[in-house]
Design a protein around this ligand. Structure first.
Ligand code: CP
Length: 325
């Protein structure tokens, strides 16, 4: 068990080794148990986490803020637009200055081509851990919560479980591709056979795909790519279907929005879920475009584990904060 994570950043999913992720999971399950028993666990008494948001959030803000309070500390909610960032504060200054006020700096910055660079620039200047609350490339805390949820539903030995990571149609906006990218990087390390399904224009970033394939090779897991949603769902143990934008295909948002409209049949519905194994679980990080991306019947049905996923955000994040801060 690798326990020495103090001072470490978590920006990309592979920043922690598989053994370190296993430590995070062990601590997360322990913290979940302690909360269920009303057992105090103030491992971060008097510590403060800066939570800097460049984009809206429901779950991430709530779970980090509640998690810090439960650990005996405080989460300070900071909206970028209420700071002097637009008037000149650089990432170096945020890293230097917030690193002196706070014990950790968590950031959400999903702007395509900008977010991840911003987090890394803050981390370079910061003396305290930088935690990625979602950037344009990764959503590592969502992925840790997803892994925790899969273990709860399918057991600790996940080898040969078929996990479908599928694109789904959504009309609201071009969503970041950070969730599927985190999933294809992390899940093969736990032995799951990942099938990535998307229409041709919704490719993930080429270097992320290379790294995902390398993880699959290293850990003896399968990794396939298809443009057939139904074939992907067939015999799946885990269905994870959500929308993301066509940013790799075209940086033009209007062009991307036009392309999305071609694929309104990529909805997760009861008929497609019937193709998966009878005990398959349906996952989504939320928010979802209901009855566009996924039907109410699937989202609210017996196979859906979306609320456990949302809950596990808090336990997984508390584990990482307690270990790193
Ligand atoms: N899943 C997720 O990150 O939710 P929020 O955007 O509401 O934080």
């Amino acid at each position: 068990m690798q326990t020495f994570l103090h001072g470490r950043d978590l920006i990309g999913d592979l920043d922690f080794t598989k053994e370190e992720v296993e430590t995070v999971l062990d601590v997360a399950f322990d913290l979940k148990r302690k909360r269920a028993l009303n057992e105090p666990h103030p491992y971060l008494r008097d510590k403060v986490l800066a939570m800097l948001f460049f984009f809206s959030s429901t779950r991430t803000r709530g779970s980090f803020e509640a998690g810090m309070a439960q650990l005996g500390g405080h989460g300070a909610f900071i909206e970028s637009k209420s700071t002097q960032i637009s008037h000149g504060d650089t990432p170096k200054e945020i890293g230097e200055i917030f690193g002196r006020y706070y014990d950790g700096i968590a950031i959400r910055h999903v702007d395509w081509g900008i977010g991840n660079g911003y987090l890394n620039a803050v981390a370079k200047a910061s003396r305290v851990p930088v935690l990625n609350m979602q950037c344009d490339i990764y959503h590592p805390f969502q992925c840790l919560a997803d892994l925790m949820t899969i273990i709860e539903k399918k057991g600790r030995d996940l080898r040969r479980k078929k996990m479908v990571v599928s694109w789904a149609y959504a009309a609201s906006y071009q969503k970041p591709m950070s969730v599927p990218q985190s999933l294809v990087l992390q899940m093969p390390r736990f032995g799951m056979d990942v099938v990535l399904a998307h229409p041709p224009e919704f490719k993930l970033m080429p270097d992320i795909m290379e790294q995902a394939q390398e993880q699959a090779r290293k850990f003896g897991a399968g990794f396939e790519i298809t443009d057939d949603m139904e074939a992907a769902f067939t015999d799946a143990d885990i269905v994870y279907a959500k929308s993301w934008g066509a940013m790799v295909h075209t940086p033009d948002p209007e062009e991307g929005a036009k392309i999305i409209k071609k694929y309104s049949h990529w909805i997760t519905d009861e008929k497609k879920m019937k193709l998966a194994k009878p005990d398959a679980i349906y996952m989504h990080p939320l928010p979802a475009d209901r009855n566009i991306e996924v039907t109410d019947g699937v989202m609210d049905g017996p196979q859906s584990v979306v609320y456990d996923e949302a809950e596990n955000r808090m336990h997984a994040q508390k584990a990482v904060m307690a270990l790193t801060m």
